[in-house]
Design a protein around this ligand. Sequence first.
Ligand code: HEM
Ligand code: SF4
Ligand code: SF4
Length: 482
Amino acid sequence: MSWRSFEHALDRWFPAGTNPLRHLGALACLALALLLTTGAWLFAVYDSSVAGAHPSVSALAAQPLAGGLVRGLHRYAGDALLIFVWLHLLREWALGRHRLFRRATWWTGLPLLPFLYIVAIGGFWLAWDRLAQYAAIASAQWLDTLPLVGGGFARQFDLEVPDRLFSLLLFVHTGVALLVVFALWFHLQRLARPALWPPRALALGTLGVLLALALLWPVRSGPPAELGSAPLIASFDWWLLHLLPLADATPTLAWLAVVAMLALLALAPLWPRAPAASAAVVDAENCNGCGRCVDDCPYVAVSLVTRTGGDALAVVDADLCAACGLCAGACPSATPFRSNTRLISGIDLPGSTVDALRLRLRAQLAARPAAVVVYACERGAGPSTDVAGVDCVWLPLACVGQLPPAFVDYALRQGATGVVVAACEACEFRLGERYARERLAGLREPRLRARVPTQRWRIVRAAEGEERQLTEVIDGLRRARG
Ligand code: HEM
Ligand code: SF4
Ligand code: SF4
């Protein structure tokens, strides 16, 4: 079973649009926000002395809401964050979203992994109970096996630890947590309008689950650490501490495993080599410098420069371009009503131009004059046998966001019975379906003219294999026309 079909199968179990697998980056942001807010609260009550560390944390249990609940939320949000991040990584890899123009986003995501482990393991030290003692000694011994550390770190725990160690640990825990926020900002630099927040129902559901966990299974400290005696571990957090038992048993193998994993992940975008689709190209004569393509590019691949004479001109960075065509859909010069024999727009995809789209539309409508025109994302439902019997003109696009909305109006004026804009199930280019909907609804430039009758066109989502549902929409438009 491919990841896509697994995700599709899971859609049935959640209310529309709330399948968590489709919002893993945003869920990780939510967990991180929760960690930072509960962490700020815990920071305020933490006593960073050897004598005060354990009592200040274990005393939280005495205040079930202001203390215990906050501590529980902090721990479970940490578990959730690591789970969301690993699933997010797995999903992007399984969908092939780690290569080409997404390489930089993948590579800048990688440092987040070690940072998160450092914050997580360091957090356990601060409670200074027997589990903290185990975490501290196991990780110190593991660090000691590194050639440059020199083997003195674990000796700190032979008999007594100095007060300043806890101040240092607190500094590392909070400092690296802030580094995670900075690294996240870096990670999202190549994405326009990243989805930082899950849909409201999913966010509330996730918060509800974390609250329930914190209330039903409160996080409690074990007995205080006793250096010189063997650590007792009553409950172990496998989600956050899974590296330590391996590091404890075979430190060298644990280092090799970590380095090999990071190296494999770092090299993943380079293999197998995938050919890049041709990047969007600007035609200087047809660009008026309006900047709509800059606003709508989901991968920050277009910018404006000043040309001689002072006017603005769009330029594309081909290395960043996803060849999604959203810029072509945004360009005001891409209207098919222009009388030129050749429709050259300000910005366009060389392999799939608006001119070619207009020519195909005209030719196919000439052959089937009253057909319904379907502008379809090439990743969604295809012209299968289900659709073959239906009188429609099928025009595939890189993404529905590639369609200048005037093409809907134009098809109707050329005699089409109706127009369907068919998006795939989850936009490959993140913002294509959203922009197409907004442009057709008149909420975003370029807008579909308000006088185009709404009963003559539809925008729908149809995954591969959902051709029958699409056929029903096409038939519906035909029946409405009589
Ligand atoms: C704290 C950890 C992380 C957080 C909070 C996070 C968050 C996000 C968010 C919010 C997005 C934008 C999603 C969208 O707008 O559709 C994103 C995209 C992405 N992330 Fe992460 N991420 C994290 C770690 C990682 C890691 C470890 C990797 C892989 C090494 C990774 C790989 C990617 C990729 C490839 C994309 C681009 C997806 C696309 O272009 O469609 N992320 N991430
Ligand atoms: S949308 Fe078209 S006209 Fe506007 S800046 Fe981009 S290429 Fe130029
Ligand atoms: S095709 Fe256009 S919108 Fe898409 S990434 Fe390239 S420049 Fe940006």
